[in-house]
Design a protein around this ligand. Structure first.
Ligand SMILES: NC(=O)c1ccc[n+]([C@@H]2O[C@H](COP(=O)([O-])OP(=O)(O)OC[C@H]3O[C@@H](n4cnc5c(N)ncnc54)[C@H](OP(=O)(O)O)[C@@H]3O)[C@@H](O)[C@H]2O)c1
Length: 338
């Protein structure tokens, strides 16, 4: 059995996460038992939720135990199999973690899924045609539920979730406005992702300026908002929201290092008679097949062309992850392992 390089969570961050929170080890992969599959990971997904798991505080999910392999989505191929449904060479998606190989119980529900790479590249199963894409689908379709002609806004617009959101919202006839960090990301949003307008939050770094920019980009007000960031961006959206606007609260990345994110004027929720709903995509497994089908079609037909930032080799994962939390990624952040 091959040796396996792994990254463990060694200690918990105090404030900002750091590379010293992680530890690199090499172990032997154990011999397979009946029903098990050895997966060689091609790509590891880096996602903002991992920052929350590094803390030992109350959350919707259990925290990452110290001394264990960091949690993470992976795509790869079956390297050895003692399960009748998985053959060597099958392409699979799972939760293999920050390591080169994983041994998976092929009978455990939802732990390993075969994927078809004829029209969709393997890596996209960690992004647009995977958990981030389904996240965009749930917030847009089930919470915002837009009508054609309505205006919807998304923050972290060019990331894995935001870029899928744009394609899904355009397919429903919406005006789609993004908020992203920097002129390059905004140019990409309007020229390649199909956004009707994009606001650079670095150029509009306070409530007054962001609210003015939203007024210009959303002349008919905001009917739906998909929140990935929190803070003054959400305050500005509330100021420009129409009556009966809906907000899908997906992420609050501006506060993931522990910064408080107070809401300046919650009375606007009442004034605008708004619906504001948080959600966790893994709690809505019933919608995944429908969402993945639509996302796969959008990618296969070229209507959604997701961009990826790829770090090379497992050792690059901690730095790439810290960069993701600071907006250094452009599109889906991955680590290439083979
Ligand atoms: N609820 C769920 O089930 C669920 C599932 C998946 C993801 N999420 C959430 O969805 C959001 C997007 O995830 P993703 O995987 O698509 O990541 P991503 O957008 O690819 O990467 C994170 C982006 O967040 C932005 N950002 C970081 N810090 C920021 C700050 N202080 N202010 C403004 N923007 C900041 C950066 O974009 P800019 O440079 O453009 O600012 C960065 O590129 C995250 O909040 C994540 O936690 C939630």
């Amino acid at each position: 059995m091959p040796s396996n390089q792994q990254i463990l969570l060694d200690n918990r961050p105090q404030g900002e996460a750091a590379t010293s929170n992680f530890k690199w080890v090499t172990t032997d992969t154990p011999a397979l038992k009946d029903g098990e599959v050895l997966v060689r990971h091609h790509y590891l997904s880096l996602d903002p939720y991992m920052r929350g798991r590094m803390n030992d505080s109350k959350s919707y999910a259990a925290s990452q135990p110290l001394g264990e392999v960091m949690i993470g989505g992976t795509v790869g191929e079956v390297a050895e199999s003692r399960h009748p449904k998985f053959a060597v060479g099958d392409k699979v998606v799972g939760m293999g973690g920050w390591q080169q190989y994983s041994v998976v119980d092929g009978n455990a529900p939802g732990m390993l899924r075969k994927v078809d790479t004829t029209h969709v590249p393997l890596s996209h199963y960690l992004g647009a045609v995977g958990m981030p894409g389904v996240t965009a689908w749930y917030g847009l379709v089930r919470i915002i539920a837009p009508k054609a002609g309505e205006t919807v806004v998304v923050s972290a617009a060019t990331g894995a979730v935001g870029s899928a959101f744009a394609a899904l919202a355009k397919a429903r006839g919406c005006r789609v406005v993004g908020i992203a960090g920097g002129p390059d990301k905004c140019k990409y949003a309007t020229e390649e992702l199909g956004f009707d307008a994009c606001i650079d939050h670095r150029e509009h770094g306070d409530l007054k300026s962001m609210s003015k920019a939203l007024k210009e980009a959303c002349p008919n007000g905001i009917d739906g908002h998909f929140e990935n960031v929190g803070g003054y961006i959400l305050d500005a959206v509330l100021l420009r929201a129409n009556a009966f606007a809906r907000v899908a609260v997906c992420g609050m990345i501006a506060g993931y290092d522990g910064q408080p994110l107070p809401l300046q004027n919650p009375a606007l929720i009442l004034v605008n008679r708004m619906k504001i709903e948080g959600f966790i995509v893994s709690e809505h497994m019933e919608i995944w097949p429908e969402a993945l089908k639509e996302l796969g079609t959008l990618v296969g037909s070229g209507k959604l062309r997701p961009r990826e930032t790829v770090a090379e080799g497992l050792a690059a994962a901690p730095e790439a992850f810290l960069g993701l939390l600071k907006g250094k990624n452009f599109g889906k952040q991955l680590v290439k392992l083979v």
